[in-house]
Design a binder for this molecule. Structure first.
Ligand SMILES: *[C@@H]1O[C@H](CO)[C@@H](O)[C@H](O)[C@H]1NC(C)=O
Ligand SMILES: *[C@@H]1O[C@H](CO)[C@@H](O)[C@H](O)[C@H]1NC(C)=O
Ligand SMILES: *[C@@H]1O[C@H](CO)[C@@H](O)[C@H](O)[C@H]1NC(C)=O
Ligand SMILES: *[C@@H]1O[C@H](CO)[C@@H](O)[C@H](O)[C@H]1NC(C)=O
Ligand SMILES: *[C@@H]1O[C@H](CO)[C@@H](O)[C@H](O)[C@H]1NC(C)=O
Length: 677
């Protein structure tokens, strides 16, 4: 038995490094997790050495020269925790593919189960089949396909690909059937200690499946589709003496084997799928040629996971705004495209009305789209609730300490414009932050000053599904608050308030709150100096907060020397002590924003430079690159206009940088260029 096991398919030892950090917006999307690798679930669940689990036997199929497993009806209990494959994930991946190769032996009347992912209480995913149907269950929703493929006693490959809106099933790479998947996007399905359960949908209740040869999970939306050639070649049936075996998954990894074997792919073969350990890629046979299959695991608004190296960044477009702009928000409206809105304000003495402008990305340029009434706009935030699109603007108002109205706009689907939806009374509002906890939507606003005092409540609003508007949820007393940042670590929900000024000094503490018993309570304070932004990001298992310290004013700098020169600090979470500790300090000049971005497998931090006096030499805007033990190291310096806020977005395969000009009416789009792979 051991010998047999040693020869069993050892597919899929792919070490692709999938990075999933979301870069659109300030926080890393908690629904995406780092480093899911493709996995052979049979390989994971059945020990390589020693005894086979009860109810499992190994067979050698002489026709296909492959080892396969057979499972018995009653006593199979093959499961292992999903965390073995989904490293650092709280949620089930939104896009994935599953392949398996099966040959059934007997006529079956009952539903038979190939795979179930879930816990005792609920099923995230299952694959079953009966004589009539192949049934894919996603989050308790069933999608049924007529079972045409699995009726004879031959090997068949079946692949499912789940994308944001549909499920596609391919059988033997010949039939491809797509069905709509009704769900929220992203789904945010908690893993809750789920397991992969093989060949059974309930522990102890195995099925007589016949044989399964491979059962592969891939964290990509379309692997099962791409693994098949575009169409079935014409001459497939020409040579009857050598019938094609469409869609076989082939044992390609043997000791000393350099890759897919040429003889598994002849001119009559089509759709044989193999994992090439050396090339680290999925391959498909198309009439005698092994072709490389790209597995696309791109989530929305995410920098493509290409093995690319950022080489240089160049000018792309000037954008004229009505006035200097302190913030820019890039967002995508499904079916409409990419937009950018700048928080602009005109000089106080200007007699023109204060407005901000939304631009739309058309033919690789941002063009005017909609004019928005604002009142010294400080920040725009885009968010989605139940398929409705919203934009909230934080308005500074007429002067510091004076009441202002900040506005939430809602996208009008027919008119394709944003319309005023709700106003919120604010005091020198600086920032909006939107976040979702247990399916409930929250919107937090930072208030900077009320009258002469910088101590003022910053508010957290919660969406009322009944009233369909935001209602006050909690007030937190803040001091010169500039920015809210929401983030989630291990299921805990945090809000960090960057606090800039108490009326006397910029050297004050900023606060990190944690949600406990339905209220945010203080978790930790950190000493900051004119803090205007907190950026949350993850690199591997490590959790970081980068704080932009903008200004050094007060008794600690009595001579008012070089007030824009500050040390900005990156903190790292000490998971044992549950506290953020200083990790690295970087000298900055009027830094009001940090932006974290992952491109390919490299991580970068861009720091803004709002006063930029490039003419004076050393105030260029810097990009830092993650270099492991060397921490963040400056790798690019850009001679750009004074910049307050940076955003990164992708269009097709191109990566663009966008910044708002803090001092003038010209903001810019830059384009990233890459070294050839
Ligand atoms: C299953 O549900 C019960 C009761 O609703 C709950 O106490 C338990 O924690 C749940 N188990 C898991 C793994 O989610
Ligand atoms: C997962 O756990 C959360 C609480 O930890 C609970 O609210 C939710 O219902 C659970 N979901 C499932 C599918 O068990
Ligand atoms: C998951 O398992 C761990 C330890 O086994 C336990 O502490 C935790 O409460 C479980 N979570 C859920 C949602 O069941
Ligand atoms: C805010 O809006 C309300 C209602 O439209 C209006 O009465 C009030 O004057 C506004 N306040 C400011 C400061 O603009
Ligand atoms: C920043 O840190 C450097 C090195 O520790 C120190 O010399 C400098 O005085 C600091 N600057 C400010 C403004 O605190």
């Amino acid at each position: 038995m051991d010998l047999l096991l040693m020869f069993k398919n050892i597919l899929f030892l792919l070490y692709l490094n999938f990075k999933c950090e979301k870069v659109n917006g300030n926080t890393l999307d908690p629904t995406l997790c780092a480093g899911i690798l493709p996995a052979d679930l049979l390989e994971e669940s059945i020990p390589k050495y020693g005894f086979l689990p009860s109810g499992v036997s190994v067979l050698y199929d002489t026709n296909s020269h492959a080892h396969a497993y057979r499972f018995s009806r009653n006593n199979v209990d093959l499961q292992f925790p999903v965390s073995k494959i989904f490293k650092n994930c709280l949620f089930f991946p939104d896009e994935f593919s599953i392949f398996f190769v099966i040959k059934h032996e007997s006529v079956y009347d009952k539903k038979e189960c190939i795979l179930r992912i879930g816990n005792k209480n609920s099923t995230l995913v299952s694959i079953q089949f009966s004589r009539k149907y192949i049934i894919f269950t996603y989050n308790n929703r069933k999608v049924q396909y007529r079972n045409f493929a699995l009726k004879d006693k031959k090997w068949h490959s079946v692949g499912f690909s789940v994308s944001s809106t549909d499920i596609t099933m391919t059988t033997d790479c010949i039939n491809k059937r797509r069905k709509r998947l009704k769900r929220k996007w992203p789904s945010i399905l908690p893993l809750n200690n789920s397991t992969f359960q093989i060949a059974s949908c309930a522990p102890g209740h195995g099925v007589t499946l016949g044989q399964i040869k491979d059962l592969i999970f891939i964290p990509g939306a379309d692997a099962a589709v791409r693994a098949c050639p575009p169409k079935t070649p014409q001459h497939r049936h020409l040579d009857n003496r050598l019938p094609a075996v469409p869609g076989r998954l082939i044992d390609i990894y043997r000791i000393g084997s350099p890759g897919p074997r040429w003889d598994d792919c002849t001119w009559t073969d089509v759709g044989n799928i193999a994992y090439d350990l050396h090339a680290k890629s999925l391959k498909v046979c198309v009439n005698g040629i092994w072709q490389h299959v790209t597995v696309n695991i791109q989530a929305p608004s995410k920098v493509p996971n290409l093995p690319r190296r950022l080489d240089y960044i160049d000018f792309h477009q000037d954008i004229r705004t009505p006035g200097p702009s302190i913030d820019v928000e890039v967002f995508t409206i499904k079916g409409e495209g990419i937009f950018a809105v700048f928080a602009s304000s005109r000089p106080k003495k200007s007699r023109k009305k204060d407005i901000s402008i939304i631009y739309k990305w058309r033919k690789k340029r941002f063009v005017f789209y909609q004019r928005m009434d604002t009142d010294a706009a400080q920040c725009w935030k885009f968010f989605t609730i139940d398929n409705n699109f919203f934009l909230a603007v934080a308005n500074y108002g007429k002067a510091s300490g004076v009441q202002s109205n900040s506005t939430i706009y809602k996208w009008h689907k027919r008119r394709k414009k944003f319309k005023e939806f709700q106003t919120i009374l604010t005091w020198t509002a600086r920032d909006f932050e939107h976040f979702v906890i247990n399916d409930e939507n929250y919107l937090a606003v930072t208030n900077y000053a009320k009258g002469a005092s910088h101590k003022v409540d910053s508010e957290i609003y919660k969406w009322s599904t009944k009233l369909r508007r935001f209602e006050l949820f909690q007030s937190l007393l803040t001091t010169g608050a500039y920015d809210w940042t929401y983030f989630r670590v291990n299921g805990y929900h945090f809000l960090a308030a960057a606090q800039a000024f108490d009326g006397f000094s910029t050297l004050i503490d900023s606060n990190i709150y944690v949600l406990q018993d339905k209220k945010f309570v203080l978790f930790q304070t950190i000493e900051t100096n004119g803090a205007t932004d907190v950026e949350f990001f993850k690199i591997g298992d490590s959790i970081f907060l980068a704080v932009a310290n903008a200004y050094n004013y007060g008794p600690q700098n009595i001579n008012k020397k070089q007030e824009y020169f500050t040390n900005s600090t990156i903190y790292k979470l000490d998971k044992g002590r549950r506290v953020f500790k200083t990790f690295q300090t970087i000298q900055t000049f009027s830094a009001v924003d940090w932006e974290f971005v992952t491109i390919g497998d490299e991580h970068f931090l861009i720091v803004s430079n709002a006063q930029n006096r490039a003419l004076e030499g050393d105030h260029l805007t810097s990009i830092y690159k993650w270099r492991g033990v060397e921490k963040f190291v400056r790798v690019h310096q850009m001679d750009v206009l004074p910049n307050a806020d940076w955003e990164i977005f992708t269009y097709k395969k191109d990566v663009y940088f966008l910044y708002s000009n803090a001092k003038g009416k010209t903001s810019q789009v830059l384009k990233a260029y890459f070294m050839p792979p």
